[in-house]
Design a binder for this molecule. Structure first.
Ligand code: DX5
Ligand code: ZN
Length: 223
């Protein structure tokens, strides 16, 4: 399975964002992870539709939009129109996950479902055949730069097991506290889309950091 990096824009320097996106893209970064927070679903507010629309003009990366908002169904079409390629919503944020998945798919975006650290895999299991990607949160959503929660490893392994057993094809994305030191462990557990915020945007040489991640991915892919 192809392993890809999805740097989280939350840790970008917004005074230099165009420049930083060019560095990432030139270094071979396939995805950009965009954390949208409404101050209700999570205790923080980040950015939304106008910002995504604006940076869409500055990047050809796959826009992986992580919605940490209540009532995600309300805004699917707007995020798609702004440039989202993948729309990720939280299972805890809606009473009708199937409806949200259908709405995302009809918009033309890929559908992904996300769960908070305390939410069990059983909460998303009924939807696994219908989605393109599962996002496993390895920190409590809301802030960049937090410590990786080791106890989420089993969740990644369980999802990889289900994927194999049921012959499904969803990607497993991991988000929170991931750096060069622990990325191999999450890949071994079964993850193949790797979000990294502070580990990428906080690096002195971002291009080198991206290449260091890609080198590790290639080592795993050769196995
Ligand atoms: C947290 C966000 C993450 C965050 C990751 O709610 O979903 O995407 O930006 O940042 P790091 O990699 O610094 O933990
Ligand atoms: Zn995220």
């Amino acid at each position: 399975m192809n392993i890809s990096l999805s740097p989280s824009l939350l840790s970008a320097d917004f005074a230099k964002v165009g420049e930083q996106l060019t560095i990432l893209e030139n270094a071979g970064t396939p995805y950009l992870h965009l954390d949208v927070m409404d101050g209700v679903f999570v205790p923080n507010i980040s950015f939304g539709i106008p910002v995504i629309k604006s940076i869409r003009k500055a990047s050809n990366m796959i826009f992986d939009v992580h919605l940490m908002i209540v009532n995600p169904e309300k805004y699917v079409d707007e995020f798609r129109a702004a440039g989202a390629d993948i729309i990720n919503f939280h299972v805890e944020a809606t009473d009708d996950p199937s409806g949200v998945i259908q709405k995302i798919k009809s918009s033309g975006a890929k559908a992904a479902i996300t769960l908070k650290p305390k939410t069990p895999v059983s909460a998303i299991e009924p939807y696994l055949a219908d989605i393109d990607m599962v996002l496993v949160m390895t920190v409590e959503p809301g802030f960049g730069g937090q410590k990786f929660m080791e106890d989420q490893m089993d969740k990644i392994k369980t999802l990889a097991h289900i994927r194999e057993e049921k012959k499904l094809a969803f990607d497993i994305e991991v988000d929170g506290g991931i750096g060069l030191d622990n990325v191999s462990a999450v890949i071994q557990a079964g993850a193949n889309v790797i979000v990294a915020g502070s580990a990428v945007f906080g690096a002195e040489d971002m291009a080198k950091r991206v290449k260091d991640f890609i080198k590790i991915f290639e080592e795993h892919q050769q196995k």
